[in-house]
Ligand binder design. Structure first.
Ligand SMILES: Cc1cc2nc3c(=O)[nH]c(=O)nc-3n(C[C@H](O)[C@H](O)[C@H](O)COP(=O)(O)OP(=O)(O)OC[C@H]3O[C@@H](n4cnc5c(N)ncnc54)[C@H](O)[C@@H]3O)c2cc1C
Length: 318
């Protein structure tokens, strides 16, 4: 067995990649198949994912659009429809700022594709990012709509928005390597998007996993203590049973003996407002110490990058 400390990585380098590269890089974490990424692999991977309904992968990239409507009633259509998972701000009475994931824009079209403003947004996205919309729009495409002008904002433009808008429209992804109990707590934050290493698909007896199970070192026990020795014994036992079960059954069956300490990779993707909410709950004194172990240093990193949003959050000492 392998024992490692928990860690995290802010995936801001992905913010500078194309939507397809970004989505594939995140999606492959589930299967730990990052080694299969090539210059051409993204479209095939993404079409497959969408076909099979593994839809949360399409939440791993957002687009920010400025939508200018000639008549206010066109914007009103959108508010009446109450689309889900779209961040919409009214900049002026006929200018909307909309940020949403690829998935949310897909479902906006699927659920409200009869609205002129939605047709205009989808026609614009189809022209620039056909890969993500080709399977849901009519073969003849969508005619651009008069009276609605759509423009994509670059990341640098989102970063230059006033702070209250930047906090809602700037999204950041973080990859955590933590134990399964911590990932279970993180995925409770409903407005965020998540992708998690799958114990159904990953076979830890394979070479790429070192033919063994990896566990996260618990912060509760000193390495010299009797409790730590007992913990190691329990992990070894569970690994032995898991590997034995794999000889005759599938990973999804064998995983039923894996404990909370099992190493799990998880990507959390959210706007800065949701990160603030998570930090408030997860660095608080009453939070799980294993959660605080990663969230407190992460907050320091976020505060350095976005002092105006995270700088005032205080970490209570034990
Ligand atoms: C110290 C601590 C102990 C905990 N113990 C337990 C426990 O023993 N058992 C357990 O099951 N959970 C437990 N939790 C989880 C906790 O109850 C929340 O589910 C989790 O922290 C997610 O936070 P949240 O509900 O504020 O909001 P999120 O899911 O992060 O959502 C953000 C905000 O969106 C809004 N929102 C999202 N979805 C809804 C909705 N459906 N209805 C209304 N508003 C919504 C709310 O305003 C919410 O604040 C614990 C959490 C902490 C921090």
């Amino acid at each position: 067995m392998i024992v490692i400390p928990p860690s995290y990585e802010i995936l801001d380098a992905l913010d500078r990649q194309s939507l397809a590269v970004r989505i594939e890089a995140c999606g492959r974490l589930c299967y730990k198949s990052e080694d299969r990424i090539t210059d051409e692999s993204a479209p095939v991977f993404i079409r497959n994912i969408l076909k099979h309904g593994h839809n949360s992968v399409a939440e791993m990239a957002v687009l920010t659009l400025e939508v200018i409507v000639e008549k206010e009633s066109l914007a009103g259509q959108l508010f009446k429809a109450l689309p889900r998972f779209l961040n919409i701000d009214v900049l002026e009475k006929n200018i909307l700022l909309i940020t949403a994931s690829v998935r949310a824009f897909r479902e906006l079209y699927l659920e409200h594709g009869n609205l002129k403003i939605v047709k205009a947004i989808t026609a614009y996205l189809l022209q620039r990012h056909a890969l993500f919309f080709e399977d849901i729009v009519p073969e003849r495409g969508i005619v651009p709509q008069s009276g609605v002008m759509v423009k994509k904002l670059y990341l640098s433009e989102v970063e230059n928005l006033p702070v209250h808008l930047r906090a809602r429209h700037r999204y950041l992804a973080v990859k955590f390597i933590v134990n399964r109990a911590v990932t279970h707590e993180m995925v409770r934050h409903r407005p965020c998007s998540f992708l998690q290493e799958s114990q159904r698909y990953c076979r830890y007896s394979a070479d790429k996993f070192g033919n063994q199970v990896t566990f996260i070192k618990p912060l509760f026990y000193d390495e010299q203590s009797d409790e730590y020795a007992l913990w190691c014994q329990a992990m070894e036992e569970s690994e032995k049973t898991y590997l034995q079960l794999l000889e005759t059954s599938t990973p999804q069956a064998a995983r039923t003996v894996l404990p909370n300490s099992c190493k799990t990779e998880l990507i959390v993707y959210a706007n800065l407002i949701q990160w603030v909410h998570m930090f408030k709950l997860r660095v608080a004194k009453g939070a799980d110490p294993s959660m605080r172990e990663v969230m407190i240093p992460l907050l320091a990193d976020f505060a350095e990058q976005f002092p105006e949003v995270f700088g005032s959050l205080v970490v209570e000492q034990d």
